[in-house]
Write a protein that binds this ligand. Structure first.
Ligand code: HEM
Length: 443
């Protein structure tokens, strides 16, 4: 236990109360802490080391560039272990992490991503065409099935058919489980004599693993040329020349699914939620997409949605392994340093009128490495950022080319926490109407 005098001040209520505030009312909770304690404060959650929340860009730079031996993000993300597996790139540190990351990087190169664009476009067109028009719909669940379909086809390389249906159904159950507090709080990750939610989770995981291992075995035997990410991982070689083992492949496939599915669905939900409430921005986006290809404004809109509602409000916690000084404070081993994207993105000194949704700010300036951090940074920066951006471009373009978007209901929509992400509480409740019959957006 680290004495509170050794860490920056933070809320003094019991950690159970802090956990509840953090889980149920994340954004007001963070805002209150910043108002009271400034750009760094300590959060104490149940069952995890103290989190020192940082939102000063200089201090974030120091954290992102610190030596891999001093800060361990992998250990800071242990709570994801039951789902992604022990060999996941998310959970490794130091040389092991670097080696695994190097194996995976080529799968995300630009040219590779472009080859997947056709597939993403095809899934998007089909899904978007099936969304109801002229009535209130929660877009979040629809975007979740879209992004799940994209990952299963682009990452796992599954074709429509029985196995895709089976994996989709089983994975949805595992991912839903992971979205509940019981899935993420270490004290609750216990078996009670073979019963209880934890025992059920282990059964579910085994049901998912079986078809995944089967797929890996089939793909090892099949030498056809493919564009999916599993093909790249099968070709990857460790520094000693050995291929990735079945267990490594299973863990990385689950990692890509967990890291890439809910995040992209929630980020797109926020983009629609924001655009529905900013009719001028939505109209400009639609016009620019019609007039030319609108690429520049679309990019700015995506960046602004990632600024205004980063779905991971804080990046991976970095566990301090050796004493480190950041911004004049000496941190002892055993606490976690956490760059808080939400708070940096809403700092009025960095972003004037931070609560206004205004893509134009990114036409004027490119995002800064340590002031725009929705994908984290340093050697742990999101591996799938270019894939997520590609998917967001394709989905937003498809929806705005075909429909106009306005909010359903009274316009206000708070956030809710699902697993480690924040998404719109009412699922981005929206009305889509065919373009041409554009209805003025409600206030
Ligand atoms: C809008 C969507 C997404 C957001 C906002 C997002 C955000 C993040 C963040 C904040 C991190 C931690 C970075 C850090 O701590 O410095 C991360 C890591 C990671 N993300 Fe994403 N992500 C998204 C989509 C994806 C997709 C689509 C994939 C893959 C298909 C993916 C794969 C990964 C992986 C593998 C890591 C771990 C990297 C490492 O530890 O070396 N992400 N992501």
């Amino acid at each position: 236990m680290i004495a509170s005098s050794r860490l920056p001040p933070g809320p003094r209520m019991p950690s159970a109360v802090q956990t509840l505030g953090w889980w149920n009312r994340s954004i007001p909770f963070m805002e209150r802490c910043r108002a009271r304690y400034g750009r760094r404060w300590t959060l104490r959650l149940l069952g995890t080391p103290p989190f020192v929340m940082l939102s000063d860009p200089e201090q974030i730079r120091a954290v992102f560039t610190a030596s891999a031996d001093v800060l361990h993000p992998g250990e800071g993300a242990r709570i994801l272990g039951p789902i992604v597996g022990e060999r996941s790139v998310l959970l490794l540190d130091g040389a092991e992490h670097l080696e695994q990351r190097k194996l995976m990087l080529p799968a995300f190169h630009g040219e590779r991503m472009e080859r997947l664009a056709g597939l993403v476009g095809e899934v998007t067109e089909r899904e978007v065409a099936s969304w109801p028009r002229d009535q209130g719909v929660a877009l979040h669940p629809r975007l979740q099935s879209l992004t799940l379909e994209v990952i299963l086809r682009a990452v796992f390389g599954l074709e429509p058919g029985e196995r895709l249906d089976l994996l989709r159904a089983r994975l949805t159950e595992v991912l839903d489980w992971g979205a509940r507090p019981v899935g993420l709080l270490p004290p609750l990750q216990r078996e009670l004599g073979g019963f209880g939610p934890w025992a059920r989770f282990k059964e579910l995981r085994a049901e998912v693993d079986a078809p995944v291992y089967e797929l890996i075995a089939e793909r090892r035997a099949d030498h056809a040329e493919r564009d999916d990410l599993l093909a790249m991982l099968l070709d990857a070689r460790h520094t000693d020349g050995s291929p990735m083992s079945d267990d490594e492949l299973r863990d990385e496939l689950m990692t890509l699914l967990v890291a890439g599915h809910e995040t992209t669905a929630s980020q797109l939900s926020w983009a629609f939620q924001r655009l529905a409430r900013a009719p001028d921005v939505a109209a400009r986006l639609a016009d620019e997409i019609d007039r030319e290809d609108g690429a520049e404004y679309l990019e700015a809109t995506i960046r602004e949605s990632l600024r205004s509602r980063p779905v991971l409000p804080n990046v991976q916690p970095r566990l301090v392994k050796e004493p480190i000084e950041v911004g004049g404070w000496e941190y002892p081993p055993g606490c976690c340093l956490v760059a808080n994207a939400y708070l940096v993105h809403h700092d009025p000194e960095l972003y004037p009128d931070p609560y206004v949704f205004r893509p134009e700010r990114f036409l004027e300036h490119d995002p800064g490495t340590y002031t725009w951090i929705p994908f984290g940074g340093g050697r742990r920066r999101c591996l799938g950022a270019s894939f997520a951006l590609l998917e967001m471009r394709i989905v937003l373009r498809a929806v705005f080319a075909a429909t106009s978007v306005r909010p359903a209901g009274d316009g206000l929509e708070l956030s809710r926490r699902r697993s480690i992400t924040l998404s719109p509480r009412r699922g981005a409740h929206t009305v889509l109407s065919a373009r041409g019959e554009r209805v003025p957006a409600a206030a």
